[in-house]
Design a protein around this ligand. Structure first.
Ligand SMILES: Nc1ncnc2c1ncn2[C@@H]1O[C@H](COP(=O)(O)OP(=O)(O)O)[C@@H](O)[C@H]1O
Ligand SMILES: [Mg+2]
Length: 426
């Protein structure tokens, strides 16, 4: 196959994966990208979805072989933590994403905290407990406020920032006695509550070289003014501007670099995208809250829309240990806004099967609509629960990007559509 018709396989099914595919095709429209399992709306010139069970590594390898793909890009954390990269690499494929051993940075908060301590990466003081008796003693000793964290993957639901001792004890009991998260809370991290503002910083790395991308800030709660239940993320506007160059450089030298060096030293070099959740105090001093080992969603949609350059070559460079950090840039003064449209009942009890209308009109307004929970139903597109669409727009200011994203979000219709009105509002 010639260089220009190389097939790329992206594993995942959300707007994140759609936006990566879009960035690859924007740079070179002759590419072929398959997203698996994808969803009803991920299709177009050079782009298609194919069903696959990501938990079935043999099936994923078979799909990669049948497509003769040159690079596999892994989107979500579950298959990464489950070792899909190791399986695909053993089968001879180049893969963007960390090995199972490197994915422990996200798979185990207990590992992350001990790792941070071993490598002197600034993070909240903590202890790790495995029984309620231990947790109770520690909580009574440490007092409130205190943060109670299930160690394993909990889809963003495993952390309680407790303002009272009673609340902390209840959280620890739900994890260690009632076992609401099952084995994901075999270990529980108790840590000091840090004041400050949060930011997400992404760094691409091939294990050694790295490229820090501009910071973003997600909106986790369902409703305006950060009310309502936590979600996978309801939108983002960025890059975040109020982080000083000095703070960003401290995040790089005190968190990103020592993480990559530490993983190398421990025999598990990190290749892929490191997504550091950071708390920055009033003096601009950063502390690591957590690492994720993949792009955030919806941050990815914003980043991919802004990036200029050969995204595919950069991701491939991470996979093949030859990252050229100069491949990508974000033009000065460009901003992106992402507004998530979620299904009725999300996140508790999302509805499916509602007809979606207005997508073409939305794109005519200048937005790009990435698909998450959508399915084909005959000629039409219907909701398939959860977060349905990520309406994304770029502009020369935050306001300009927001205005287009919201105008487009408003012309898209489906029954019970939920969105926040204050994404990126000052
Ligand atoms: N030590 C801490 N101090 C203050 N807030 C915290 C602390 N740890 C976590 N949080 C809050 O809880 C949220 C979720 O915690 P995090 O470690 O990012 O886990 P996850 O994203 O896996 O749920 C953070 O975004 C932050 O708002
Ligand atoms: Mg987090």
């Amino acid at each position: 196959m010639s260089e220009s018709t190389r097939q790329i396989l992206i594993l995942g099914s959300g707007a994140r994966e759609h936006s990566i595919a879009d960035a690859i095709l924007r740079f070179d429209s002759a590419r072929r990208v398959v997203v698996a399992p994808g969803n009803g709306g991920i299709s177009g010139a050079g782009l298609s979805s194919q069903p696959v069970d990501l938990a079935n590594h043999a099936q994923v390898i078979e799909l990669a072989r049948s497509l003769a793909v040159e690079l596999v890009i892994v989107g979500p954390e579950a298959p990464l933590c489950d070792g899909i990269v190791d399986s695909l690499e053993e089968a001879g494929f180049a893969v963007f994403g960390p090995s199972k051993a490197a994915a422990r940075l996200e798979a185990s908060k207990a590992f992350l905290k001990s790792f941070a301590a071993r490598h002197r990466i600034p993070t909240a003081a903590f202890e790790i407990v495995t029984s309620f008796a231990e947790a109770e003693a520690a909580i009574l000793r440490r007092g409130a406020p205190i943060v109670v964290k299930a160690s394993g993957l909990c889809s963003g639901k495993g952390v309680v920032v407790a303002t009272t001792v009673e609340e902390a004890l209840a959280a620890a009991k739900s994890m260690l006695v009632d076992r609401i998260f099952g084995a994901a809370a075999d270990e529980v991290v108790l840590e000091d509550c840090l004041p400050g503002t949060e930011a997400s910083v992404f760094a691409l790395s091939d294990g050694e070289r790295f490229l820090v991308l501009p910071p973003f800030r997600d909106h986790k709660r369902l409703l305006d003014d950060d009310r309502g239940p936590n979600t996978g993320g309801m939108g983002v506007v960025g890059p975040v501007e109020e982080l000083s160059a000095e703070t960003l450089s401290r995040i790089t030298s005190e968190i990103i670099e020592p993480t990559l060096a530490g993983m190398r030293k421990e025999g598990a070099p990190f290749r892929g995208v490191l997504f550091a959740g950071v708390m920055i105090d009033a003096n601009g001093v950063p502390s690591l809250l957590e690492h994720n080992v993949r792009f955030g969603d919806p941050e990815c949609e914003a980043l991919m829309s802004l990036l200029e350059g050969d995204v595919l070559a950069a991701l491939e460079g991470c996979a093949t240990r030859s990252l050229n950090p100069d491949l990508l840039s974000i033009p000065q003064g460009r901003h992106a806004a992402v507004v998530i449209l979620a299904a009725e009942g999300y996140p508790m009890n999302p509805r499916s099967g509602d007809l979606i209308q207005g997508l073409e009109q939305a794109e005519r307004l200048g937005a790009k609509v990435f698909h998450a929970g959508t399915a084909r139903n005959g000629e039409g597109l219907v909701t398939k629960g959860g977060r349905v669409l990520a309406v994304t727009a770029c502009g020369s200011s935050r306001e300009a990007a927001r205005a287009v994203a919201y105008a487009a979000a408003d012309v898209i219709q489906f029954r019970g559509k939920q969105l926040r009105r204050d994404i990126g509002a000052q």
